[in-house]
Design a protein around this ligand. Sequence first.
Ligand SMILES: Nc1nc2c(ncn2[C@@H]2O[C@H](COP(=O)(O)OP(=O)(O)OP(=O)(O)O)[C@@H](O)[C@H]2O)c(=O)[nH]1
Ligand SMILES: [Mg+2]
Length: 368
Amino acid sequence: MSTNLQIGIVGLPNVGKSTLFNAITKAGAEAANFPFCTIEPNVGVVEVPDHRIYELAKMFQPKKTTPAFTRFVDIAGLVAGASKGEGLGNQFLSHIRETDAIAHVVRCFDDGNITHVEGSVDPVRDMDIINTELCLADLETVDKKKSKTAKLAQAGIKEAKTVLPVLEKVYTALQQGIPVRKLDLSDDELEILKELNLITVKPVLYVLNTAEDDIADPTANPYVKNAAEQAEKEGALWVPISAEIEEEVSELDETEARAFLSDLGETEPGLNRLIRSAYSLLGLINFFTVGADECRSWTVHSGTKAPKAAGKIHSDIERGFIRAEITTYDDLIRCGSFNAVREKGLLRVEGKDYIIQDGDIAYFRFNV
Ligand SMILES: Nc1nc2c(ncn2[C@@H]2O[C@H](COP(=O)(O)OP(=O)(O)OP(=O)(O)O)[C@@H](O)[C@H]2O)c(=O)[nH]1
Ligand SMILES: [Mg+2]
């Protein structure tokens, strides 16, 4: 995973992908200090909702405050037969090959004015169409690699002989419409597949685009209920969102947005729920670095050891890692300052096997 979480948006045409994406881009426009290069038109960047970074900034008054970000990549809708070139085909999938997770947007709203490519609203059927197309796209990738590898294996190349059975296993599953993420592959097998950037290996989050009127009690709507049941059957997470509400919210300032949401019985934008779900889906956590120059939030997988977490900041810090000085967000806030934390003995020294925890405030000592 790169420094920030990246999510690719897929779905049929006209299900609300770009509406959601536009809401993301507008919400993200306020994140003016996004510390990365120019963003392509189909990439939207939005802050990870986590107030802790701002509490830390109040304490340290740094020159710069950098929250964690999530990148969303929007692509054109897929249709049945996309792998054979129907609709716009599946060439846009290349844009989301390098993301960490897939947000699969499913239409769960009725609106006679918005054409449905299949002629009716049926979320479970739609989920199936998209999943089939994603499997077919991966099948094509695996097929090419398999042919090449088979030749190399025949020529006696040892590596090809270990790779081939993995490709064959994945090929057979995809042919039956089973996504690669369902195969329980070993780390070694996943490593072999890594360079193929398969789409169906990525975890999926179903975004159920729900009518504005249903958002307070989404599963009362049978579309949402059915889609949610299907998601659960697959062991996938689902989040009800009204793309239209999200778009409206993105145009309001914070106070107005809060009032608007509370009228709808909501406490926060659906986008926040979406990002949180993605964090939990991927087992992500945030730790912080603080100081007079910058307070910054960093995203890592839970279970990440201190040197690797330090490597997010700079590869030199990972290479020359000596130790980590750790306190927790809660202790720091409770004590009110770093000095108070130190005096109370709440600053720990941890070695290279320490596993970074959500909310850790870390200072890494290194020498290169
Ligand atoms: N009634 C209603 N209309 C919506 C909702 N979400 C999106 N729409 C409308 O549906 C139409 C298509 O939305 P888009 O966001 O462009 O759909 P898309 O999934 O990006 O479609 P493609 O880019 O063609 O694949 C637009 O006219 C939206 O205003 C919703 O929650 N309710
Ligand atoms: Mg679109």
